[in-house]
Design a protein around this ligand. Structure first.
Ligand SMILES: [Zn+2]
Length: 247
């Protein structure tokens, strides 16, 4: 990006995505959804061949639009020379999810502490509150030996475990969140870490599970009636508020 590039639709779209990803990285770090900020990456699909992604050595808070790099679906940097700054070891998480899910436009992989500990302890989410109800019974955990997802085969395994859902936990490793836009990924990532904190607090106060299967099912059924599909619009409202609170 040098400001002198011709203003095509795709270059305008790319510069908009760069701005939005930078805002998203700052908010995700502020709400602890990016863990301690020393690992993980956030990306957006540019087109069928290219991915815009946060490079590993730049901080989630200090990132600038021009710091984001473009890689292809083989993990190769295509907007400049490959270097230490362009190293994204777990690029297959992003590439293989984009390849498997045409509906996905944004992917986050991070090592948030509460989510990671919840999966490590084998704690299943119960519908203790509305955020928990959004994940209860819908959050898969992939136990792949905590390997670094550095090959397309390992990325495929992650994409399969994610299925058609928006979030997945990697046991003893971290989380993956995918969605139709940057807003929904940020909101889901924020809620997931908050849900994990709630479940860990519950585990420290009482014996799990807190609820009987019948009670859980009744709450989930009631929630389904309230939140059947309109998550997209709601996530945009929530994302606006998160930016107001945390930027
Ligand atoms: Zn990782």
């Amino acid at each position: 990006m040098n400001g002198k590039a011709p203003c095509t639709d795709s270059s305008l779209r790319e510069s908009g995505l760069r701005e939005e990803l930078v805002q998203a990285c700052r908010v995700l770090y502020a709400v602890k959804a990016a863990g301690d900020g020393l690992g993980g990456h956030l990306s957006a699909r540019l087109d069928e061949r290219r991915i815009l992604i946060k490079p590993r050595p730049v901080s989630w808070r200090g990132l600038q639009p021009q710091d984001l790099i473009v890689i292809d679906f083989n993990g190769k940097r295509v907007d400049g020379a490959a270097s230490e700054r362009s190293a994204v070891r777990e690029w297959p998480i992003h590439a293989q999810i984009y390849a498997a899910r045409p509906d996905v436009q944004c992917v986050l992989h991070a090592h948030p502490s509460a989510s990671t500990l919840m999966a490590a302890l084998g704690i299943a989410v119960e519908p203790l509150d509305q955020d928990c109800a959004a994940f209860a019974g819908r959050l898969a955990v992939l136990d792949n030996g905590a390997v670094s997802i550095s090959t397309p085969e390992l990325g495929d395994e992650v994409a399969r475990a994610l299925g058609t859902r928006g979030a997945l936990l990697l046991k003893n490793h971290g989380s993956v969140v995918a969605g139709a836009d940057i807003a929904s990924v940020c909101v889901t990532a924020y809620r997931l870490e908050k849900v994990a904190e709630t479940m860990l607090r519950a585990a420290s106060l009482t014996k799990l599970p807190v609820m009987s299967p019948e009670k859980s099912a009744a709450i989930l059924q009631a929630r389904e009636a309230v939140e059947p599909g309109g998550q997209g619009r709601m996530n945009h409202e929530r994302w606006q508020m998160m930016q107001d609170y945390y930027l």
